[in-house]
Design a protein around this ligand. Structure first.
Ligand code: G
Ligand code: G
Ligand code: NA
Ligand code: MN
Length: 258
């Protein structure tokens, strides 16, 4: 109850909540391709409260809907600002933002996204929303309609933690999405056996067959990166490249080299 109260306060006041940005690289060139926005809460007395603690609280209280809008707005403003600093002619960076299933059930969600895009003046194609398999498959038909409406705004969609939820392969090809994010449990298991590598290879083949690009998360070693490069994985994210960074540090990478 205490944390819930404090989280509400933090959201109302706009203090103590902030967003970390983890770089996502293009596997072939190693160049910066985009970022994933990750919510952070620095509690005035208790210090850093991990999202694994406060997101579930926010979900059980419905607070996650306004929290989600807050992160989306921050992330859109941030990428619009960074894009202005890019050299003319360089490929635009994308910004991935996580969605909770509660946001998907919010009847106003599409309108909220439209409003945030307009308000921040961000180019919609720079924004990628990450949804989990379970959030999408839960109400598949309804989700497909919503995903179509979101995509009609010009934004990109990605399935997060792919392979860990209950994905229905019969629905996967119907989903109007752009990318699959291979869950980090598969990436970290790759070095252990040929079977584990085969699982990752099959996810990649499936993605390519369906016309999705692939992002591997949780890349912690150069060996992981090399295996994924050999499988022609499009994008990579993980401690091997960079940790989630405070905005000022992430911003330094935008103009320069990763
Ligand atoms: O680094 P990490 O500890 O940031 O995140 C832990 C979990 O919290 C991950 O599952 C991540 O998807 C989730 N998370 C982080 N930021 C957000 C956010 O802005 N919205 C939602 N819904 N989940 C988030
Ligand atoms: O659930 P989601 O896929 O949104 O998770 C993002 C989470 O993964 C964040 O908590 C982020 O801090 C964490 N993360 C990012 N890179 C790595 C990594 O290389 N290894 C591990 N173990 N976690 C990572
Ligand atoms: Na994510
Ligand atoms: Mn994930």
């Amino acid at each position: 109850v205490r944390l819930e109260h404090d989280l509400r306060g933090a959201l109302d006041s706009g203090s103590d909540l902030w967003v970390a940005y983890q770089p996502i690289v293009e596997m072939v060139t190693g160049g910066l391709a985009g970022f994933e926005a990750l919510m952070r809460w620095t509690h005035p007395e208790r210090g850093n409260i991990p999202p694994g603690i406060f997101i579930p609280i926010a979900e059980s209280t419905g607070l996650v809907v306004s929290l989600g809008t807050w992160v989306l707005r921050q992330a859109c403003q941030q990428i619009a600002d960074w894009q202005d600093r890019r050299e003319p002619g360089s490929a635009p960076l994308f910004m991935s933002v996580n969605l909770s299933s509660h946001q998907l059930s919010d009847p106003n969600f599409v309108q909220v996204v439209r409003e945030v895009l307009r308000e921040t003046g961000v180019e919609p194609s720079w924004i990628k929303l990450e949804l989990t398999e379970s959030a999408v498959m839960d109400k598949a038909e309804q989700s497909i309609r919503l995903l179509r409406d979101l995509r009609a705004l010009g934004i990109k969609l990605s399935i997060d933690d792919f392979g860990t939820g209950y994905s229905s392969l019969s629905y996967l090809h119907k989903l109007p999405i752009d990318s699959l994010k291979v869950d980090r449990s598969f990436v970290s298991a790759m070095h252990q056996s040929e079977e584990n590598r085969a699982i990752v290879r099959i996810i990649m083949d499936l993605a390519r067959l369906l016309g999705f690009d692939v992002i591997a998360e949780g890349i912690e070693t150069s060996a992981d990166a090399n295996l994924l490069r050999a499988l022609a994985c499009d994008y990579g994210q993980g401690y091997h490249f960079a940790r989630p960074l405070p905005p000022e540090e992430a911003g330094k990478l935008v103009g320069g080299e990763l």
